[in-house]
Design a protein around this ligand. Sequence first.
Ligand SMILES: C[S@@+](CC[C@H](N)C(=O)[O-])C[C@H]1O[C@@H](n2cnc3c(N)ncnc32)[C@H](O)[C@@H]1O
Length: 249
Amino acid sequence: MGTAMLGVAFATGVLAGKRYPSIFFGASKSSKTVIGKDSPLWQYILDHSLREHPLLKKLRLLTLDHPWGRIMVSCDQAQFMANLAKLIKAKKVIEIGVFTGYNTLNMALILPDNGRVVACDINEDYVNIGKPLWKEAGVEHKIDLRIKPASETLEELLAAGEAETYDFAFIDADKESSNEYYEKCLRLVRKGGIIAIDNVLWSGKVLNPRKDDLATQSIHLLNEKLLRDARVNISMIPMGDGVTFAFKL
Ligand SMILES: C[S@@+](CC[C@H](N)C(=O)[O-])C[C@H]1O[C@@H](n2cnc3c(N)ncnc32)[C@H](O)[C@@H]1O
């Protein structure tokens, strides 16, 4: 699949081929996790750690019915991110790639009443699936939804003088742009803030990135850059499809 296709494909909901073709352990055709979602270990993890808000569960089940439901963030990963955000007393969060809004809701739920999630996506149809649940949860007022390319929204935040004011950013949209999103988020996030970058293992494709696979190339290059990036401390975690946490120094 051509890289330019990803954004278009997300926008239209029409994708040829499989986006998350395989997993490392366990057997699952559609899993976005390194431990297959058919694996008993996956179930064990959820049974022994997931404390999901009832409306998050409702949105997760609703999203799983969607043809592209499998691109939703992994629920254990979302919970971990919420715990990190709480730990650093986050008030301002950026979500790049909303889809049906599972993680947007997840973050809005843990933010104080005057907290804000700037939620970036290009596809309003996806977002509209989850929006009623944001309202039902009583957190709609904390969500600032921007339907336009995320790079534009990030530029707008910078132009509005919001550099160094965000606490947490989650990068989970078109993978070819992750480096650009990372650089902009690094300017927007304060020292001690956290940037989480999703899909850093890309179903294992990073082990052998094909030259014509720009998404995998972009992910791999960013992974290599992050290893040497003195502006942050990092941890790459085999959770979901792999997530790197960059802690701004
Ligand atoms: C993997 S999904 C996000 C999942 C979401 N974080 C969650 O909690 O389930 C990727 C999303 O990125 C969006 N997207 C793709 N290209 C984009 C762009 N250039 N700007 C903003 N959003 C984009 C797609 O429409 C899609 O909804």
